[in-house]
Design a protein around this ligand. Structure first.
Ligand code: ADP
Ligand code: MG
Length: 695
């Protein structure tokens, strides 16, 4: 029997460097580490997927097709049949009847174990086969009066190749003896919530008595499960709040002078919506504090976040500080630059642009101007933080579409903003709405402002689902729209596996459309164009010189051309919901009636069909995100798969929403009271993983 060798020393203590090194040399420990198992806490929290009941033996006569049971009997007959592939059949008899065991592959040891006359126990699924009732590939054990039955259900753990259930059971059992877990809540409060002491709950889950309700165990609604889930959520909330407290211990320079922002408000061609005014008040107040702002501005596509960013930037600049504005792509950054220089003239702020694609001497010149304080507002991609731009007086960093930045970039940004006990203010913007429970659990250390209103006069976008076989009719509709003076986006299918195919698709689509619309200028933009070329195409489209723009998903975020009122998305079934919503948000920005045509090509998978139904039925980003969450789970929505963010292992934000709220309240209280019970909770769940959890 394999035994894990690298035994961590004490409960609650993360594996040391030495243990990690040991783990990498010891194959068993390496395999265990693959399962995330390093410390006693890890083992103790490695909970079973399901159970088998070996506590009872049922009479053979009562075994029914479909049951999973344990029987005990004496082998009456053993037979190997079949040519080539041999089958072992064994007849087992107890006082009530007979049943055959069938093994399609077997070892000599099994022949011996199942010799005629032996008494054995067999566990497995019962089937009624051709020759009566049988069990295929049961688990078999020697039996006899001396071999007692276990008292508890036998756990089946998540495992990996080379790690046996027995090895896991032994290791978990040993770890459980060592862990000492003080309970975070006082007994009366815990009981009021219907929760158990944590250790008791975990012990129960590893080895429940047969009387525990099986369904509640399997559906994870048993009080023991709720206890574990609460504990996990509490750890997460504590860790996020801790980082928030750490952050609030940082100082920031208050940015209080609002005259330039007020001047921008005066010269804007529109009035802020009520929601914009509200979020602007919230942000302006944050900027005025001596504590760094850490605020997420959420607003659906087209809700007008850019102007809020401009106002915040001007308040910082007016107060004598520099501002960095970052976007995930050059197209988007360039779009911000164009928009902001329209609104902001050099007397209000000196605005500069820095892109990875610029020539090195030009970049150097911009960096130098920034370092000398000649630039007030620098706009660019996240290259700004990686390109070692030195800001002598950075007061505010604005990050657009922040969810598209990876964890590493967010950590780098935090590093760039902080220096010893001071930090610049930070404003993040996102059009991907995060459902409430998710926002609460993943962004507990962020303040959130929401623009929940679109600027007036926006017409809802009409969404049409059209089979790709009717492409001709769509092209006719394009001609009609062009004749009315409108502009059109044609979005090419996404081919994730191959950038080359992606490009070829866009080139083909462009050639075909250009041929079909000989009287109109049709442009093409895709990810492989040099940034300067991209920018040139985009600005030709913005200025109306190009009437149709064929694009890969580079236009996905943030592009703003109000005269574009028709969008065709080819192979819409290949896009994700958030992407479709973002894309559709590119139209409906002007006064014309807007249409988004989703061309799809059957046959559709169930999920693709469901996605198209959702996007067709709903225009509300929050509703779409909620249904997306149901369809995909929270990890993907947060981009966690590529970021390595430790997902909640047992909690389910939909199912356990009310526990999220409770955990949040308790986390607040425990940290406020400086409870010594907080640390052990965080450690048992998150030791060694916190930097990521908080990024
Ligand atoms: P997003 O929130 O998606 O970034 P933008 O900031 O690009 O949205 O705004 C979308 C469009 O709406 C822009 O053309 C912007 O100038 C315009 N806009 C923003 N606020 C208002 C407003 N209050 N009234 C009218 N138009 C507005
Ligand atoms: Mg935007």
């Amino acid at each position: 029997m394999a035994k894990p060798k690298a035994k961590p020393a004490r409960a609650g203590v993360p594996a040391t460097q030495a243990q990690h090194i040991a783990a990498s040399r010891d194959p068993v420990a390496t395999r265990m580490a693959k399962l995330g198992l390093r410390t006693d806490d890890d083992y103790a929290l490695h909970l079973p997927l399901r159970y088998v009941d070996l506590t009872q033996v049922v009479p053979i006569a009562s075994a029914r097709h479909g049951d999973e049971v344990q029987i005990e009997g004496v082998v009456k007959r053993q037979e190997i049949s079949g040519r080539g592939r041999r089958v072992l059949s064994v007849e087992l008899e107890d006082a009530s009847g007979r049943l055959s065991l069938r093994l399609f592959h077997f070892y000599p040891s099994q022949l011996k174990q199942l010799e005629v006359g032996r008494r054995v126990r067999a566990y497995g699924a019962v089937k009624s086969g051709l020759f009566g009732i049988e069990m295929v590939h049961p688990t078999v054990k020697a039996a006899g009066p001396a071999v007692g039955l276990p008292q508890r259900l036998t756990p089946i753990y998540p495992s990996t190749a080379g790690v046996s259930q027995t090895a896991l059971r032994v290791a978990v059992g040993e770890a459980l003896e060592r862990v000492r877990w003080p309970d975070p809540l006082p007994a009366d409060q815990r009981e009021a919530l219907g929760l158990m002491p944590m250790r008791e709950a975990v012990e129960l889950l590893h080895a429940p008595l047969p009387r525990e309700p099986r369904a509640a165990l399997e559906e994870r609604t048993h009080p023991a499960w709720r206890t574990v889930i609460f504990d996990e959520l509490l750890a997460q909330q504590l860790s996020l709040r801790e980082s928030r407290l750490r952050r609030s211990a940082l100082r920031a320079d208050p940015l209080t002078i609002g005259s330039r922002a007020a001047a921008l408000l005066d010269r804007l061609p529109f009035k802020l919506t009520g929601a914009q005014q509200r979020v602007w008040r919230e942000i302006a107040a944050d900027l005025g504090r001596a504590e760094p702002m850490n605020r997420l501005l959420q607003g659906d596509v087209g809700s007008g976040k850019t102007v809020i960013a401009a106002l915040a930037a001007l308040q910082a600049v007016g107060s004598g500080y520099q501002v960095a504005l970052m976007a995930p792509t050059e197209i988007l950054a360039e779009q911000h630059h164009r928009k902001l220089i329209q609104w902001i003239d050099p007397s209000m702020a000196r605005v500069a642009w820095l892109a990875g694609s610029m020539k090195e001497p030009d970049k150097r010149a911009v960096r130098q101007a920034v370092a000398e304080g000649q630039v007030d507002l620098l706009i660019g991609t996240h290259a700004l933080i990686q390109d070692s731009v030195v800001f002598p007086s950075l007061g505010l960093a604005i990050v657009d579409e922040q969810h598209r930045f990876g964890v590493a970039q967010r950590l780098a940004l935090r590093g760039a903003l902080q220096n010893s006990d001071r930090s610049a203010h930070q404003l993040m913007m996102s059009a991907t709405p995060i459902p409430r429970t998710l926002a609460m659990s993943y962004y507990a250390d962020l303040d959130v402002s929401v623009i929940d209103e679109l600027p007036p006069g926006r017409k809802p976008v009409v969404t049409k689902l059209i089979n790709a076989s009717r492409r001709d009719q769509v092209v006719d509709a394009i001609r009609a729209a062009l004749a009315e003076g409108r502009q059109i986006y044609w979005v090419c299918p996404l081919i994730e596996e191959s950038e080359a195919l992606d490009l070829q698709n866009a080139i083909d689509a462009h050639a075909q459309l250009a041929a079909e619309l000989p009287d109109w200028p049709v442009g093409l933009v895709h990810g492989r164009l040099a940034p300067a070329e991209k920018a040139a195409v985009m600005s030709a489209f913005s200025d109306g010189e190009l009437r149709v723009l064929v694009a890969t998903t580079v236009i996905e975020v943030g592009v703003d051309v109000p005269n574009a009122s028709l969008m065709i998305i080819e192979h819409a079934e290949r896009f994700g919901l958030a992407q479709l919503h973002q894309l559709r948000g590119r139209v409906g920005r002007g006064t014309a009636d807007s249409v988004c045509v989703l061309l799809f090509k059957p046959p559709l998978s169930d999920t693709a069909r469901e996605r198209l139904r959702i996007i067709f039925e709903s225009a509300d980003g929050f509703e779409i995100a909620r249904r997306d969450l149901l369809l995909r789970g929270p990890g993907e929505l947060l981009g966690a798969r590529q970021s390595g963010l430790p997902l909640l292992r047992y909690a389910d934000l939909e199912r356990d929403a009310e526990l999220v709220e409770t955990a949040r309240g308790w986390a607040e209280r425990m940290l406020r009271d400086g409870s010594p019970l907080a640390r052990p909770v965080i450690d048992r769940w998150l030791a060694g993983r916190q930097a990521f959890a908080q990024a």
